[in-house]
Design a protein around this ligand. Structure first.
Ligand code: DGL
Length: 269
């Protein structure tokens, strides 16, 4: 018998990439009730202007918080976290956990001191990313590749569509041309879903590092340190929300139900 009802957390991404974070959290902290919000209304985030993304988050989050009352928020999107964490933390006192590129562990892990950052076009050029590299990888040469195409490829794969390996190869060509490179940061939550294809193309010499497990540990810690709740939460069911009702979201519905989401809903925000 459980003493406590599960914690409610909100996991947020532009699309379904945040499922890679959801999977890690569920593995470490199974007793959570997840509301996953995919902001497919303005997907993809990685090519939006910084101003547009900041405005979108500032408009959307007060509504999401009011509606879903999460106890913690996980921004499972590097493109958003590298830009909006401070804004969000000004909006709410609910703990906000941000997924940002795992530059620090990659720089510690690399023997050759040549590392890659594979992320969205937005994430690779953020000032936040510059600071991460300056603070934790100043002893490394960092090759940055920003790609929106790989985000689409990951979305396609989860929809059961074929992955275009030749396209992936073209995107990662700058890494293939660097014989000394031994570590790549997957700085977009969509990319762990392409791990198999990337490993095949890059071979054994390159290790891929993402932020999933670290975020799960952080989430676990945050939930354990939350103050006692006055009101019990009655459902442990996970729910998947899209911000736009369109064909591609409907197409994903069976897959999401199969993954354990009890319901898939659409909100008009
Ligand atoms: N999954 C998101 C990230 O980690 C971004 C995908 C997009 O461009 O919308 O950056």
């Amino acid at each position: 018998m459980k003493d406590n009802p599960p914690h409610r957390i909100l996991i947020f991404d532009s699309g379904i990439g945040g499922l890679s974070i959801n999977d890690e959290i569920k593995q470490l902290v199974p007793d959570t009730a997840v509301t996953y919000v995919a902001d497919n209304r303005i997907y993809p985030y990685g090519t939006l202007s910084e101003q547009a993304l900041i405005e979108r988050i500032a408009r959307l989050f007060p509504r999401l918080i009011e509606r879903f009352q999460p106890e913690a928020i996980v921004i499972a999107c590097n493109s958003a976290s590298t830009l909006v964490l401070d804004h969000l933390r000004e909006l709410t006192r609910i703990p906000v956990i941000g997924v940002v590129p795992a530059i620090k562990p990659a720089a510690q892990y690399s023997q050759s001191r040549v590392i890659g950052l594979l992320a969205t076009p937005g994430t690779v050029r953020r000032a936040y990313t510059d600071r991460l590299i300056q603070d934790f990888a100043s002893h490394c040469r960092v090759i940055r590749v920003g790609s929106h195409e790989l985000v689409d490829q990951a979305e396609n794969k989860l929809r059961g569509l074929a992955v275009d390996r030749a396209a992936i190869r073209r995107v990662i060509a700058p890494f293939l041309e660097e014989p000394a490179l031994d570590t790549i940061v997957l700085g977009c939550t969509h990319f762990p879903f392409l791990r198999q294809e990337l490993n095949q193309l890059l071979g054994d010499r390159v290790t891929l590092i993402d932020s999933g497990q670290a975020i799960a540990r952080r989430t676990d810690y945050i939930l354990k340190t939350l103050p006692d709740r006055l009101q019990a939460h009655h459902t442990s069911a996970d729910c998947f929300i899209f911000t736009r009702d369109n064909d591609s979201a409907h197409h994903l519905k069976p897959h999401l139900l199969e993954r354990g989401f009890a319901s898939v809903e659409f909100i008009d925000h």
